[in-house]
Design a binder for this molecule. Structure first.
Ligand SMILES: [Zn+2]
Length: 157
């Protein structure tokens, strides 16, 4: 493969076909992603309340590691203790989630480029104003002096 990385998605001077190919490749990558989960994993070492515990010694030997998931649920930051086995699975799902975000961001970049190429090919630059705007500004100065209104009233049957 010549392509170094599917993530280098800026199609600088590329043709529309290149953008489409790259876009399809990104979509195909998304199709391969497993389950996703938001939030992040934190590894914690803690001290307990026992003043004679090894975690209070010098040097301290802290308890842990403990795994903790934290993320937002319904707008609130929450955290949850996980076993190390759970943490391992969560790390995969969270990595999938991150990968999905990266791929969607890459798709947006490619789509922006493709859309710019499409619009450039289809319409002259002057046609980019909203059509309602143009219709209004053209009609007003055009009418007063050319007697089209009089002509139509003069038509008889
Ligand atoms: Zn302790």
């Amino acid at each position: 493969m010549r392509e170094s990385d599917a993530m280098s998605t800026l199609c600088e001077e590329l043709q529309l076909a290149d953008c489409e190919r790259r876009y399809r490749a990104l979509v195909a990558e998304i199709a391969e992603i497993g389950f996703i989960h938001r939030g992040s994993l934190v590894r914690r070492y803690t001290r307990c309340g026992n003043p004679r515990c090894r975690c209070r010694a010098e040097p301290p030997k802290l308890h842990g590691p403990y795994w903790q998931w934290s993320g937002k649920l319904a707008g609130k930051t929450v955290s949850r203790r996980l076993s190390s086995a759970e943490a391992e699975r969560y790390s995969e799902w969270i990595a999938n989630n991150r990968r999905l975000s990266e791929l969607v961001a890459a798709m947006r970049l490619v789509a922006d480029q493709a859309i710019a190429l499409i619009l450039r090919g289809e319409e002259p630059p002057s046609a980019e104003m909203p059509s309602s705007h143009r219709a209004g500004s053209m009609r007003q100065p055009a009418r007063p002096h050319n007697g089209t209104a009089d002509e139509t009233t003069e038509v008889t049957t």
